[in-house]
Every structure is written in C-alpha cells, then in structure tokens.
Design a binder for this molecule. Sequence first.
Ligand SMILES: NC(=O)c1ccc[n+]([C@@H]2O[C@H](COP(=O)([O-])OP(=O)(O)OC[C@H]3O[C@@H](n4cnc5c(N)ncnc54)[C@H](OP(=O)(O)O)[C@@H]3O)[C@@H](O)[C@H]2O)c1
Length: 333
Amino acid sequence: MVFRALVTDRPVGGGVASRVESVDESRLPQGDVLVSVEWTGLNYKDALCLAGQGGLVKTYPHVGGIDFAGRVIESGDARYHPGQAVLLTGWRVGELTWGGFAQRARVKADWLVPLPKRFSSRTAMMLGTAGLAAMLAVNRLQAQGVKAGDGEVLVTGAAGGVGSIAVLLLARLGYRVVAGTGRTERAELLTRLGASRIVGRDELLAGSGKVLGKEIWAGAIDNVGGPLLGEVLKGVRRGGAVAAVGNAGGRNWDASVIPFILRGISLCGIDTVMQPYEARVAAWDRLTTLFVPAAFEPVLTEAGLEDLPGLADRMLKGEVAGRVIVNPRDPST
Ligand SMILES: NC(=O)c1ccc[n+]([C@@H]2O[C@H](COP(=O)([O-])OP(=O)(O)OC[C@H]3O[C@@H](n4cnc5c(N)ncnc54)[C@H](OP(=O)(O)O)[C@@H]3O)[C@@H](O)[C@H]2O)c1
C-alpha cells in the first residue's frame, strides 16, 4: 500500500527540504497500531523540525507531525481495534519517529488515546498538542488556587495556537482574561474568543528595570518564555501562579528570586510530551466540556501537506495565527 507523506530530507547542498511523496507502507517505523491519519496539526515544534532547527530530528528521511487523529487500520494490541477513532500527541512522535504528516502512521499502542466520543478527528486536531498544553496549563493554575474572580489572568503569545485556546478555555471558566500579543491587529478575534482586554508585547516587555513591578496578574499562561516571562513574573500578585508552556520568544531571562520570596508566587512547568495516559485522557475529557469548536473556527486555517513548509517558515517568524489543521489527503481527489 502506498500513501502520501510529506518527507523531509537533507539535500546534498545542506539544510533540509520537504516535499510530498508516495511512500510504501513497508517504510513506516515499527509499532503495534497502524492508523489512517484523517487530520494532523502544525505546532511550533513541527515548524522547528520542518526548518531543521532545534536538533529535534535525528535521522532522515523523516516524516514530521507531532499530533494526529484518525482511525485504526490494524492493531496488534488488544486495547485498539480496526475502525476505532484515536488520537496521538507527544511521545516525541514526529521528532524521533515518523509522525502525522502522512496518510498513514504506525505507532506504539501506549502512545495513543481513544478519541473522545464528543469530538470528531477534525475537532481533536483543532486542539491538538496546543489544546492539551492549554488545558494542562489551566488545570495547573487552578491546582495552585488561582480562581475566577481573583483578578486578571494573562495569556502571552495569545494570537498563537496554545495562546488562543488558553484564552477561550479561561474565558469559558469565567476568568477575566488579558491577551498579551505582538499582533494587536488580532484584538477583535481575541476578544471574540473571550479576552476582556489586549496588552501589547512591547508593553509587557517594557518593565521598569526593578525586581518587582505592580501586582497585576492573578495568574498567567506563558507561551513566549525568555525576557517576557521574566517581566510577567514581576507583575504577578501575591500567591499567584504562572504556567510556563513555551519558548517562542527565547529561553533565558535575568532571573531574581524576589517575586517568589516576597510574593510567594509559583512558576509551574507544563510538559505535554511525556504526560501519562490517565492524565491525557482526563485532560481531553475536560476539553470536551469546555472547548467550543464553532467559536474557534474564525482562528483556524485548513491546509494540505504541500502547504506545510511555507507555513512553518511563517510560524517561526511569528506570522501564523490561531491553529493550522492539515488534511493529508490528495487535494485533487
Ligand atoms: N510545554 C509543552 O508541552 C508545549 C506544548 C505545545 C507548545 N509548546 C510551546 O508553546 C509555544 C507556543 O506553541 P504554539 O504551537 O502555540 O506556537 P504558535 O502558534 O507559533 O504561537 C506562538 C506565539 O508566540 C508569540 N511569538 C512568536 N515569536 C515570538 C517572539 N520572537 N517573541 C515573542 N513572542 C513571540 C506569537 O504570539 P503573538 O503574535 O500573540 O505575540 C506566536 O503566535 C512554543 O514555544 C511551543 O514550543 C509547548
């Protein structure tokens, strides 16, 4: 059986290049479950892999795609049967092994979760890894005691995938959400997702040069990292918490213990990749109760495999907004 896949390879001249190819099923990696991929998504990490950045992909030729949803074709594991709807995020699929940028994927049964009953494969990939990250971040803020009514909760990188889903989820839970973005032209869409006000990235970065700022945020979900996270921490109210999800804006910042020891704030890391099965199922279950697909359609882009290299370049420049979902079928059929 031959299927379409976006194959990334290292051309002779250097760098990496990706193109859609017909791939024989025998080339798929080993695994217990063969899946027909119906939808996959473009995440920041996918963009890094497609650009050959970050040292995430170790062997070529490679098929990326860190998340996908589809149906089981064959299973050597009793937990899954042909025809069953499944989804996958993380486990370094699409980095260390072939992923979802193809019509077929073969993976370990342990990496899959059953598709939640209330979601289609398309809805699941509207969320994808980004949605799981946003849900885990919201859960973490709540576990730290950040409640709706405590004050404003900031989401940085709000126009991106994780950011826009986090805005929607927090708003659905009754939080007063502030969208932090470098693209204030997205203000109307972010307001429609539930943001009560917009704050520019430059304003967040400006800071005062002091180790503490005004107490503004009851909590924050940070997708940007780097110096911006450093400034956010200075503005968190006493007892508040920040969920650190991403590093689209950098890794390092000038850190000080002062916000932690004078205001008792918490900084919580979010990792979607190695989440155990039970935690994934619980997070997806909660997403089925909170996510409103119709509200998210305006910030969604549908693309094909052939569009991914160009979209990845734009994503790394911070030019892609919302979520990109990808149907791997041949667009001419
Ligand atoms: N921890 C985990 O398990 C996990 C899971 C998923 C994603 N992530 C990480 O979370 C981050 C967001 O992922 P995503 O898929 O949502 O990506 P995305 O859609 O590209 O969103 C990233 C957003 O960050 C902002 N941004 C981009 N470049 C920036 C820069 N140079 N300086 C400051 N802000 C910048 C932009 O928001 P504005 O236009 O609004 O400013 C952009 O939309 C990435 O770092 C990703 O690796 C982590």
